[in-house]
Design a protein around this ligand. Structure first.
Ligand SMILES: [Zn+2]
Ligand SMILES: [Zn+2]
Length: 436
């Protein structure tokens, strides 16, 4: 239906300006992607060796902006601290599509053993730590730099505009700072020109090399962090009846809030996770302390269920603490929304990826309980976020490490695959994906 409409649309709306034939474009994208591959690998290694934490992506942004300017694009820097945004206006009329890459690294000491492994160290939360690209954002950035080169070479035949968004601080800004997708949006990244859709990818070591995982609807979980302060009344450890024991209350709360998922929300609706990750209280074996502090997180795949779980964590914690004469203060910080892929874009994306990567290389990705701030863009415009695999089939499982592991690695062949995939997606969207 959409392909049938294309020539009519072009003639009516574009005053006879015809998009280049789809097949020819496909072959051209693949040729251009192959040509830029060695430089994409070199960029990725340069970024990998010089990783920067969120809101500190100064060298990375310089590299990106320099490349985009060399292509003759309109480039804006310093967006949301270190973000870079570039606009490529095609030769024909059409919609605006945004492509997003994240640029930040993590406070992890790399143990990949690669010749270009990071040796960078910094201070994070008062501790000296290594800095490394163990989430693959170096790959995302290099891929999008490659896509900018491919699509710029096709500028004359582009029916519309492409906006390249290089985003800082996807993993969260440093404490006390703002950053990431939400700040980019506040600083105008979705205006002037306003994209009608946005695409992004994540390299993933749980997905085989060359394969893309696409899912319509809820895909990645919301992420909230919580702090629970349990107040009791300090007393001698041998005389608990003279005080209120916050340690026992904290233990009851840990178990009590686990019944929210299993007993209080409909398990058939969506999965969710509640985790208490830290417990701190007391300093002597013979003293029951005044307070216990706990922290953890909530993950959900439905915004309504997320709010419901938040309320229940508060009421369950407060009620348990009250039951023994104590109290609980619960503070929940909403960090990431549910990454919810637009149904039509997921359909277009799967079709486009089957063409660019091969029929057998696109699968329906299961929902995941990790989070992504790409979700912030999807609150404003339809978006598609998908996974691209980095580990070749047949790799011994003991040598495959998850994202965020100090041993995370990628087969760099994924970089050219990513350039092809994203370039085709942008082109397919501009050519006919935006039509009703
Ligand atoms: Zn990550
Ligand atoms: Zn990531």
């Amino acid at each position: 239906m959409r392909r049938f409409l294309l020539p009519v649309f072009c003639l009516l709306a574009a005053g006879g300006v015809q998009a280049a034939p789809v097949q020819a474009d496909m072959a051209r994208v693949d040729r251009l992607a192959a040509a830029v591959e060695p430089r994409v690998i070199a960029w990725r290694r340069q970024i990998h060796q010089n990783p920067e934490l969120g809101n500190r992506e100064v060298l990375t942004a310089q590299l990106v902006a320099g490349h985009l300017r060399s292509l003759g694009l309109e480039v804006r820097t310093g967006v949301a601290h270190t973000g870079v945004v570039a606009v490529l206006r095609g030769g024909g009329p059409g919609p605006v599509v945004a492509l997003r890459a994240d640029m930040d690294a993590l406070p992890v000491t790399e143990q990949s053993g690669l010749p270009y492994a990071s040796r960078v160290r910094t201070t994070w939360m008062g501790q000296e730590v290594g800095v490394a690209h163990v989430c693959g954002h170096d790959g995302h950035t290099a891929i999008l730099m490659g896509v900018a080169e491919v699509l710029t070479a096709m500028q004359d035949s582009l029916p519309g505009t492409v906006k390249f968004i290089f985003q800082p601080a996807e993993e969260g800004p440093p404490p006390g700072e703002e950053g990431g997708a939400a700040l980019m949006i506040r600083e105008g990244v979705l205006r002037d020109p306003a994209p009608a859709a946005i695409f992004g990818l994540h390299l993933n070591s749980r997905t085989p090399l060359g394969k893309a995982g696409v899912r319509a609807g809820p895909f990645m979980a919301s992420g909230d962090t919580m702090k629970i302060l349990v107040r009791g009344a300090q007393t001698h450890a041998a005389l608990p009846w003279l005080g209120v024991d916050p340690i026992v209350l904290a233990a009851q709360i840990v178990m009590g809030i686990q019944t929210i998922q299993s007993r209080q929300v409909n398990v058939l609706d969506e999965p969710s996770v509640i985790t208490i990750a830290t417990i701190n209280g007391g300093n002597r074996a013979n003293i029951i302390p005044d307070t216990v502090e706990m922290s953890g997180m909530i993950r959900a795949l439905d915004e309504g269920m997320r709010k419901d779980i938040q309320r229940r964590v508060v009421s369950t914690s407060e009620a348990i603490a009250r039951s023994a004469g104590g109290s609980a203060e619960v503070a929940i910080e909403a960090n990431y929304d549910v990454t919810r892929n637009d149904g039509r874009l997921a359909e277009l994306g799967a079709r486009s990826l089957r063409q660019s990567l091969g029929e057998a290389n696109v699968f329906v990705n299961p929902k995941v309980t990790v989070s992504e701030d790409f979700s912030a863009y999807q609150k404003h415009i339809p978006g598609l976020f998908f996974f691209l695999g980095v580990v070749p089939d047949g790799t011994p499982p003991e040598t495959v490490f998850p994202n965020h592991s100090p041993r995370f690695w990628m087969d760099e062949r994924v970089l050219a695959i990513g350039v092809r995939a994203l370039s085709h997606l942008a082109l397919d969207y501009l050519q006919d994906g935006h039509l009703p």
